[in-house]
Every structure is written in structure tokens, then in C-alpha cells.
Ligand binder design. Structure first.
Ligand code: ADP
Length: 350
């Protein structure tokens, strides 16, 4: 006889059982579908992902036993319902057996996660301390440097006439070395500032940011008579306007600087639609970068040329990288030696 008879054919009791079994059955199907999706999407990152699949199988078979409960209210398909229970029992026992030996492995995993979390916190603290150290050192270095620059100026003004050409040459070298150090300290401070502050991100007019960047390097553009071509139609991006202008100014400045002597720099700035992000490209006709230096150039003080060939501190691209990451962006470049480079940054679309 169908189960409805056991429920005395009372519609309320039947409704109670049927609705509860249906809800449990659907919930089990949803849970196993979610587990299956999770494992499919993150199978490389989830440890013991086969265990999730076993759980999914076990849960879905449990769900079917509840659907059978609904069916048997009206149809006495007890053999079939029994077989579904057998499948559920097999899946449950297999999962239980597989779970047991997993326990020590899970404890090991928890311990290693704890250790790596401790290491991460230590590393983060050390990094913060190092950044604070870099900031205060560079800040404190400025005072004695200013004294060197001031005193060299005074020496030149008050005693310049008494110096022979060799002494004047030495004075010039002191001046240019201290100017270089001043630029390095300024760049180092700019870098530290980016790491110490959390930038506010909002909609930024890309065209405006590029124009601001261009204004920042106007003197260099005029000096080398560079041809800077900026695309007219540019989309809005989510960024910090000051950081973005700084990033673009650094990229533009490199683009017009690293050209073969005698060649007029031609720089093209344009954007590409990348779906959720906008790719901003700065393309030059410069000397290019060899593939082996791909990662090196974004490091602090990393330079591929001597200061006499191309002036600079080697912090520009480190600032670019840090600032782009702070704006939730990505960056990279393509380059061919002797033909030019194209540096790109990806920023979220507004
Ligand atoms: P800097 O410009 O002060 O030398 P950066 O950090 O901006 O320092 O750049 C690091 C190095 O990467 C440069 O010294 C240069 O060798 C290389 N580089 C950067 N941009 C370009 C470019 N557009 N073309 C060729 N080389 C580049």
C-alpha cells in the first residue's frame, strides 16, 4: 500500500511530509551542484577536491531518497525506493571510509596554513618597517644634502675666482652628484608615499589624466622636440587621478628619453577596450628592451644604461608598478630591440 495509507490519508499530514521531503531533496541537489561547481572552478586550488565530489555524490543520493519518499506516498514503489537507499548507503559508507584517513592530513594542512599565515604576517611587518625606514632615511638625508648643495654654492660664489680649472671641475662634479642624489631621494620619497597611503579610487577622465601627465613633462618634450600623439576618444577609468597622471608621466618620460641619439621621439598614447578593463598603451620608437630584462626593469634602482648615456634614477618604473597595483590594475610591455616599446596598463573600466 502507498505511504498515504500510513498517513491515514490525512491531507495535512501528507502535505507536511511531502513538502518537507521535497524541500530537503531540492536543497541536497543544490548543495551537491554547488560543490560540483566549486570543484570544477577551483580544482587546482582546493586540496582533497575528490572528497568534495564524494560529499556531493553522497548528498545527492540522500536527496533522491527523499524524492522517493514523496513518490511512495502515492505509489508503493518500495523496491525502487529500497535500491535508491542502497545506492545512498554505498555512497555514504564510501565517503565515511574515505574521510577517516583524511583527518591527519587535514590537521597537517591546518598547521601548514598557520605557519604560512605567521610567515605572511612577519613578512608584511618586515616590509612595513622597511618602507618606514626607507621613508625616514630618505627624509633625513635631505637636510645634510641641502647643506652640501648650499655650501658648494657659497664656495663657488665667494671663492670661485681663486679656483683653478681643475678645482672648478671638482666643484661641478660635486654639484651634479648632489643633484643626482637629490633626485634619487625625491623619487624614493615618492615611492614610499605611494606605499604608505591608500589611494581613493573613482571615475577619472583618461584624456584629462594624459594631458596632465604631458604637462608634467612639458619641458622634456620641448627639449627633445618629441612628437606626442594622444588619441582623441578615450574612455573613463576607475583610478586615482594623481597616481594615474604620475604613472603616465613616468611612462611618457621614458618613452621620449630612451631613443637612439639623433632620432626624434614619436610617442603614441591610445586605449583599447579589454571588456571589464581599459588598456592604456604608451608606444614609442625608442631603443627597445631585451627580453631577458623583462622583470628586472620594474625593480628599484634597476637601470639598463649608464647615467651618462641616459639620465635617471631607476625608480620610475618601480613607482609605476606600485601605483598601478595600488589602483587594482595590471601592467606590462612589449618591445623589440631597435624598433621601440609599448608599455601598457590595465585599469578597471568606469
Ligand atoms: P629611469 O628611467 O630613471 O632609468 P625607470 O625605472 O623608469 O628608470 O626604468 C628602468 C629602466 O628600464 C631604464 O633605465 C631603461 O633601461 C629601461 N626602460 C624603461 N622604459 C623604457 C623605454 N620606453 N624604452 C627602453 N628602455 C626603457
Amino acid at each position: 500500500m502507498p505511504h498515504a495509507t500510513c498517513y491515514l490519508r490525512n491531507p495535512r499530514v501528507i502535505f507536511l511530509h511531502v513538502s518537507a521531503d521535497l524541500l530537503i531533496g531540492f536543497a541536497y541537489v543544490c548543495i551537491s551542484a554547488t560543490l560540483g561547481y566549486l570543484v570544477y572552478k577551483a580544482r587546482r586550488d582546493i586540496p582533497f577536491h575528490w572528497m568534495f565530489l564524494a560529499f556531493g555524490l553522497f548528498i545527492i543520493t540522500c536527496g533522491f531518497t527523499h524524492f522517493m519518499e514523496v513518490w511512495t506516498v502515492w505509489q508503493p514503489v518500495y523496491w525502487l525506493s529500497g535500491f535508491v537507499k542502497v545506492i545512498c548507503a554505498a555512497a555514504s559508507v564510501a565517503t565515511a571510509l574515505a574521510l577517516f584517513p583524511l583527518v591527519p592530513k587535514v590537521f597537517d594542512l591546518i598547521n601548514s596554513v598557520k605557519v604560512s599565515e605567521e610567515r605572511r604576517v612577519k613578512l608584511e611587518n618586515a616590509n612595513t618597517e622597511l618602507e618606514a625606514f626607507a621613508y625616514s632615511v630618505s627624509h633625513d638625508l635631505r637636510a645634510p644634502l641641502r647643506a652640501v648643495q648650499g655650501l658648494t654654492g657659497a664656495l663657488r660664489e665667494d671663492y670661485g675666482k681663486q679656483f683653478d680649472p681643475q678645482a672648478i671641475n671638482y666643484m661641478d662634479q660635486i654639484t651634479s652628484a648632489s643633484q643626482r642624489m637629490d633626485t634619487m631621494i625625491r623619487d624614493l620619497l615618492a615611492y614610499s608615499k605611494i606605499t604608505r597611503t591608500i589611494p581613493e579610487l573613482h571615475t577619472v577622465d583618461l584624456h584629462r589624466a594624459i594631458q596632465d601627465a604631458r604637462t608634467m613633462i612639458e619641458a622634456d618634450v620641448a627639449q627633445c622636440k618629441a612628437d606626442v600623439q594622444i588619441e582623441n576618444e578615450l574612455p573613463n577609468v576607475i583610478a586615482n587621478p594623481l597616481l594615474l597622471s604620475q604613472v603616465l608621466a613616468n611612462l611618457l618620460s621614458n618613452a621620449i628619453k630612451f631613443v637612439t641619439p639623433g632620432v626624434t621621439p614619436v610617442v603614441k598614447v591610445f586605449a583599447k577596450d579589454g571588456g571589464r578593463h581599459v588598456r592604456v598603451c604608451v608606444q614609442d620608437n625608442g631603443i627597445g628592451i631585451a627580453a631577458e630584462y623583462r622583470d628586472k626593469i620594474f625593480g628599484m634602482f634597476e637601470r639598463l644604461h649608464s647615467v651618462t648615456d641616459y639620465p635617471g634614477t631607476g625608480i620610475g618604473l618601480a613607482i609605476v608598478q606600485k601605483a598601478v597595483f595600488r589602483m587594482d590594475g595590471a601592467l606590462g610591455f612589449e618591445s623589440t630591440i631597435g624598433k621601440g616599446s609599448c608599455f601598457w596598463i590595465d585599469l578597471p573600466k568606469a
